[in-house]
Design a protein around this ligand. Sequence first.
Ligand code: ADP
Length: 665
Amino acid sequence: MIRAKFAQLSLKNKFFFSILIVILLISGTIALLARWILISGLTQELEMRGTAIAHSVATRGAEFILENDTDHLLNVLFDEKQLHERKHLVAYIYVEGKNGAVLSHTFTTPFPKRLKGVNPVTERVEKSVRIVPFGGHEAYDIAVPIKEGIYQIGTVHVGLSKAHIDSLVGKLRAMFLGFISAVIIITFWVSHRMAKYIADPVMTLTQISDDLSRGNFSSSDLINTEEQLECPAFHDTDLPCWHFDEQREGESKSEMRPHRCKKCAFYNQASDGDEVQQLTTSFRNMVWSIRLYRRRLQESESTYRSLFRSGPDPIFVVDVLSKKLVDANPRTEELYGYTREELVGMPYAAFGEEQAKECFEFFSNDELCSEAMKAPRVVHLRKGNIPMYVNVTACFISYRTRPAIIVATTDVTDLVEKDAQLIQASKMKSLGEMSTGVAHELNQPLNAIRMGSDFLTMVHEQGIDIPQEQYAQVVTEISTQVDRASDIINTLRSFGRKADLLLEDVNLNEPVGSVVSLLSRQFLIEDVHIVTELDPELPYITAQHNKLQQVLLNLVINARDAIVERNEEGAEVRGRILIRTEYDDEGVSVSVEDNGTGIPDHVAEKVFEPFFTTKATGQGMGLGLAISYGIVREYGGELSIQSAVGDGTCFTVRFPRQEVALAAN
Ligand code: ADP
């Protein structure tokens, strides 16, 4: 009970009461001991004095008793009683004769009857002490026998005034109590000051830490609010605090520390002064550190929040465990067409299953968690499953103590469409260039059909009878030529078609086949022969058939141009373009090799730049390789050149291979 009450006291009171109780106990004990020793010592001392007076009277008065000279005996008595300060102490002296009669006394009044025989002594005792009453007073009566030889001839009674002794004892006691009280008061005052010295700062620190925990950082008077504006790190959150930050592991002292930071106005080494002062200094440092970092945190939080709220791109947070969206910014609502309520709780896979899977797989690898995942031009689905192209950047974060991914997407559908338009334009240009060749190509089957139909008309008009076999042969030939013409038209149409936005599984041999079928015959006019070496087991790649056709078309037309140019310069080589497809464990490649002019190094550096051309005005736009490079990079591929001037060039396009399926040939 007492313990519990004591525990509830403030530190100041605990300290104060503990010291007080200890001091009181010590003082009480000293007082009791001292009283006992002093008072009994004083009483003994006075008794001894009284006894000495009595002995002196006995010695000096013995002869006057024997001679019965009461006058001289009285003189002796008064001598002894009046000596020095004894007169206050000694109340009376009287001498009794052998028979108990009072021989002489110092009373100025008649001898008090009550004293008679009140304190007798015998020969065998040295002295007798007894408190006796007389005339309204009390006295310590010290009786000593007067001896002559071995005979007792009388008794001396010395009365010590009890009132005087009591007043001496009283004075002594008062002095003593005064001294003890002074000790208690001084101790009380000292302990009070000490308790205050310790408890006051502790109380202030408690109040400040209460304020801090309630988030009230401005009330603390440990740090002057105006002073804090002097601190460079408080002003500029990009600057480190040279005192707190440099204590962090792995961070080295910077040479760039501003001069005024060398003696910081806020941070103090907590080694000066006593423990209470050190605690206050250290607490002040802590408050400053919290205030500094809180401000930085608030600033950075508000910056990122406003970036999140008003950023031009969709940003959303996906919980890794539930694989669902937990937060999304207004731009996400705008672009994806869902309300925030619909977005929160929606599975990330709703935007695109493949991409979501890739993202979670990326971050399931602990080593990659510190890195950002980037996925260019992936297809995300808007509300209503409308596809769009986005560039995705994702980072691993902790959101409300759960692992999460913050995903930012940029809508690049317009860009992709414009790219497609550009590619289409460049394709149309190629087709235009090929029109003469295509016309020539179509002419051949048309001529054959015309010849067949002329022949049949002539047979009909002239009524010539021809054998059935010959008739069937002509009809079959006409039909074959119609098929051939329709093949040419179909290939042209497939070239002319605009590319789809979605990726597909492509066997590289297919676009190679269509390019070869379109161009091979035409090139023969210029004595350029297309040869193919295609691997029938080629694995699929992820791309778009139509765009790959465009890449190959560009490469093959460039190869033809280089051969023609070489011949124009007088080389007279038989043009040869070798198209080869092959694959290994990592990738699938197609190479287009020619025996044309070759590319000098200074030209090779620039061939992928848009609008770079070495061809005459009207013949080349300089876009073919730039567009081809863009398409190849889009599918994660590479486009490389090997060339020797005067010998020929080989362009190789290499794509990463798909893991699973093999091309069904
Ligand atoms: P264009 O064909 O309209 O000039 P390209 O981007 O297709 O534009 O080609 C850029 C340049 O690269 C060409 O002008 C040519 O100088 C060079 N080039 C491309 N392919 C070859 C090749 N196979 N042999 C030699 N030079 C080539």
